[in-house]
Design a protein around this ligand. Structure first.
Ligand SMILES: C[S@@+](CC[C@H](N)C(=O)[O-])C[C@H]1O[C@@H](n2cnc3c(N)ncnc32)[C@H](O)[C@@H]1O
Length: 286
């Protein structure tokens, strides 16, 4: 096991509150400096609050969000007057970029299982953009919280056929397989006919399976039926799904026109033609 994998296992063995506290402390000097030098942006949380991946400077965080917006425009044909649903809205990375894109006929709904993130978004983004709404839903995720409700039974709090584009950036990489299946069912229900879902995943096939099971620093050693886990004890730590399994899961919910844009996370030798790290999957409701 590589040093990075060992460190990740130790990190995963801590509670979500312990991880939050350590992150806050670790980034405190940089966050304080940013504050003094005026490098904070009013919509971007301090690095120590950014629990959704690598904490970035405000400038980088805004850039990442703009990149996510470009992907939604390119692959999901997102338009300024669309109603969008952000599944796992985090601390607003995509929402911030969308505030400069959606017009007054467009609307944004986001939900997440981490209350701190939702509170941040409501206090910063919703406050200035009434058509941006964020909901906290207390669903259990063993990487992020100690809530008790089950994501596999959660009914999205949105009416049928009301969403043009649903999306999730790096969320179906942190959920359990039966939860993902249930979320596909809910996405289908809330999408308008012709509506599109854009999501990122870690996907593999028979060619890449062996490599990803042992890959240095980022491997999925735990084999399950049609998917693999990074850590048996933290089931939402990271999940990789077999492509055929994903097709079955989507067709079970009647999704059509499934398009996969492979990412380079699983390349033994990086294919430089691939731009994104994770795999993108775009699927449509007829
Ligand atoms: C890697 S972060 C990505 C956040 C955001 N999409 C972004 O791009 O910044 C994954 C997010 O998924 C959220 N999450 C995990 N399980 C969830 C669930 N069952 N429903 C909704 N969100 C969930 C986490 O709280 C976290 O905010």
């Amino acid at each position: 096991m590589s040093k990075t994998s060992k460190l990740r296992d130790i990190w995963y063995s801590l509670s979500s509150n312990q991880r939050f506290f350590i992150r806050r402390l670790y980034y405190l000097p940089k966050d304080t400096l940013d504050s003094i030098t005026g490098k904070r942006h009013r919509y971007v949380a301090p690095r120590g609050y950014i629990y959704t991946g690598s904490p970035a400077s405000a400038e980088d965080y805004l850039k990442q969000g703009r990149h996510q917006l470009e992907m939604l425009k390119q692959y999901a044909n997102l338009q300024p007057d669309h109603s969008v649903l952000d599944i796992g809205s985090g601390i607003g990375r995509t929402a911030i970029a969308l505030t400069s894109y959606l017009n007054e006929n467009g609307s944004y709904e986001g939900f997440d299982v981490v209350e701190r993130g939702v509170q941040w978004c409501n206090s910063r983004i919703h406050k200035e953009h009434a058509n941006f709404k964020f909901k906290y839903v207390p669903l259990f995720n063993d990487l992020y919280n100690t809530a008790t409700l089950k994501a596999s039974e959660f009914i999205f709090p949105y009416a049928d056929k009301t969403i043009d584009v649903a999306f999730s950036f790096s969320v179906f990489t942190h959920m359990q397989i039966e939860e993902i299946q249930h979320y596909f069912n809910q996405v289908y229900r809330v999408l308008k006919p012709g509506g599109v879902c854009f999501s990122t995943f870690f996907l593999y096939d028979e060619v890449s399976e062996e490599y990803i099971s042992k890959k240095k620093d980022f491997s999925f050693p735990v084999k399950k039926n049609g998917y693999r886990l990074m850590n048996e004890n933290v089931k939402s730590g990271n999940i990789a799904i077999q492509k055929n399994k994903l097709f079955q899961m989507l067709s079970q919910e009647h999704f059509e026109q499934v398009k996969i844009i492979d990412g380079f996370w699983k390349d033994e030798v990086r294919d430089t033609a691939k731009k994104e790290y994770q795999d993108i999957v775009v699927f449509k409701k007829s």
